[in-house]
Design a protein around this ligand. Structure first.
Ligand code: NAD
Ligand code: IPM
Ligand code: MN
Length: 353
C-alpha cells in the first residue's frame, strides 16, 4: 500500500516540527510495511515569498489529489501587514477541502500532571476532546472596514451545525458518552440556533448521550475548575479556537496538542494546534509532539491504527521517562526529541518481536 501525503511545512517552527514528524511517519511506515509518497509544497508566508499568494492553485490541486495533508503552521511578523496574509491561505485551504470538523484532543498523561500551571490533583485524569466547527461562523463572514469602523459577520446555518454536532455526538458515543455544547445563547442569535439544533439532534438521534449546554465564558472557567469533568465539547469556530489553546495548559504545553480536520470526503488535514511560534523559530527548540500526535491522527484516518498506536506508545514512554523539550522543563532539542522517539519506536518494535 502506498499513501500520497501532501506536506505543507509552512512558516516559523513549521519546517522544524514537520521534519521531525515526517521522520517518525516514515519510520512507522517501514515498521508496518506501507509506503508513503510525499509531495512538499510551499504554503502560507513561504508561498507568499515564492509565488505572491499564501495558497496557490497548484498547491490546492496537489492537496486535493492526496490521501491526507500534513501541515506545520503558518504566519509570522514578516507577513502581518501583507495584503494576502498566510492565515488567509489556511482558511482558504480548510474551506476548499470542506473540513468542517476539527478534532482537538487534550489528555493528561499521569507523568504530565505536574507540568500544568494548574494543581496536579485538578488536572489528573483529564481527557477532553474539543470538536471545533472549522469552516463557518465569524471566520468566514463578510468583513468590512472603513477608517473608523469595522465589522465581521457571523452566520451559521442549520446544516452547518448539524453536521459538526453529529460528529461530536458520534465521538462521545465512542468515548464516555458525554457531550457539552458550548455557545453564547444568552446573547447571540447564531448561538440560539446552535443550541436548538444540538438539543433537537440529541433528543432525536442520540438519546444515549448525556448532553449539556454551557455558555462559553462559564465553560472557560469550568475547564480550569474541573477539567476532568469534560468528555467531548462541541462549539463554533472562534470559541473552539480559544478554548483549545486554554485546554493545552491542562497537559502543560501548547506544543503537545495535535488536530484532525475532517469533512465528508478524503483528504483530511492534520496539524498541531499551535502556530508558527516566531519567538523560538530557527532555534531547534520547539516541541514536536503536537505535530507527531497529528501524524497519529492522520494514520488513524487512513485506517493505519497499529502505526498510530506505535506512535502514541512511544510518546507515552518518553513522558514516563521525562524526555521532554524545554517547554516542559526538559533538555531535549526538537530534533533530539525526534531521534529519541524513533529510538523508542525501534526499541518497542524489537521488544515485541
Ligand atoms: P503560537 O502558537 O505560535 O505561539 C504561542 C506561544 O506558544 C509562543 O510563546 C510559542 O513559542 C509557544 N509555542 C507554540 N508552539 C510551540 C511548540 N511546538 N513548542 C514550544 N512552544 C511553542 O501563537 P502566536 O504567537 O499567537 O502566533 C504566532 C503566529 O502563528 C501568528 O502569525 C499566528 O497567526 C500563527 N498561527 C498559526 C496557526 C496555524 O498555522 N494553524 C495557529 C496559531 C497561530
Ligand atoms: C488555529 C489558528 C488559526 C485559527 C489561525 C492561524 C487562522 O489559530 O489553527 O488554531 O484561528 O483557526
Ligand atoms: Mn488557534
Amino acid at each position: 500500500m502506498t499513501y500520497r501525503i501532501t506536506l505543507l511545512p509552512g512558516d516559523g517552527i513549521g519546517p522544524e516540527i514537520t521534519a521531525v514528524a515526517r521522520a517518525v511517519l516514515e519510520h512507522v511506515a517501514a515498521l508496518e510495511g506501507f509506503r508513503i509518497e510525499f509531495a512538499t509544497c510551499a504554503f502560507g508566508g513561504a508561498s507568499i515569498d515564492e509565488f505572491g499568494e499564501p495558497l496557490t492553485e497548484a498547491t490546492l490541486k496537489t492537496c486535493q489529489a492526496s490521501d491526507a495533508i500534513f501541515l506545520g503552521a503558518v504566519g509570522g511578523p514578516k507577513w502581518d501587514r501583507a495584503d494576502a496574509r498566510p492565515e488567509a491561505g489556511l482558511l482558504a485551504l480548510r474551506k476548499a477541502l470542506g473540513v468542517y470538523a476539527n478534532l482537538r484532543p487534550a489528555a493528561v498523561h499521569p507523568a504530565l500532571a505536574g507540568k500544568s500551571p494548574l494543581r496536579p490533583d485538578l488536572v489528573a485524569g483529564t481527557d477532553v476532546l474539543i470538536v471545533r466547527e472549522l469552516t463557518g461562523g465569524i471566520y468566514f463572514g463578510t468583513r468590512e472596514r472603513s477608517a473608523d469602523s469595522a465589522s465581521d459577520k457571523c452566520t451559521y446555518s442549520r446544516g452547518e451545525i448539524e453536521r459538526v454536532a453529529r460528529i461530536a455526538f458520534e465521538q462521545a458515543r465512542l468515548r464516555r458518552g458525554k457531550l457539552t455544547s458550548v455557545d453564547k445563547a444568552n446573547v447571540l442569535e447564531t448561538s440560539r440556533l446552535w443550541r436548538d439544533v444540538v438539543t433537537e439532534m440529541g433528543a432525536r438521534d442520540f438519546p444515549d448521550i448525556e448532553l449539556d449546554h454551557m455558555y462559553v465564558d462559564a465553560a472557560a472557567m469550568h475547564m480550569l475548575r474541573a477539567p476532568a469533568s469534560f468528555d467531548v465539547i462541541v462549539t463554533e469556530n472562534m470559541f473552539g479556537d480559544i478554548l483549545s489553546d486554554e485546554a493545552s495548559m491542562l497537559p502543560g504545553s501548547i506544543g503537545l496538542l495535535g488536530s484532525a480536520s475532517l469533512g465528508e470526503n478524503k483528504p483530511g488535514l492534520f496539524e498541531p494546534i499551535h502556530g508558527s511560534a516566531p519567538d523560538i523559530a530557527g532555534q531547534d527548540k520547539a516541541n514536536p509532539f503536537g505535530a507527531i500526535e497529528a501524524v497519529a491522527q492522520l494514520l488513524e484516518s487512513l485506517g493505519e491504527t497499529a502505526a498510530a498506536g506505535r506512535i502514541r506508545d512511544a510518546i507515552n514512554t518518553m513522558h514516563e521517562a521525562g524526555e521532554w523539550t524545554g517547554d516542559l522543563g526538559g533538555s531535549l532539542s526538537c530534533s533530539q526529541a525526534g531521534v529519541k522517539l524513533v529510538e523508542r519506536l525501534e526499541a518497542e518494535a524489537v521488544a515485541a518481536e
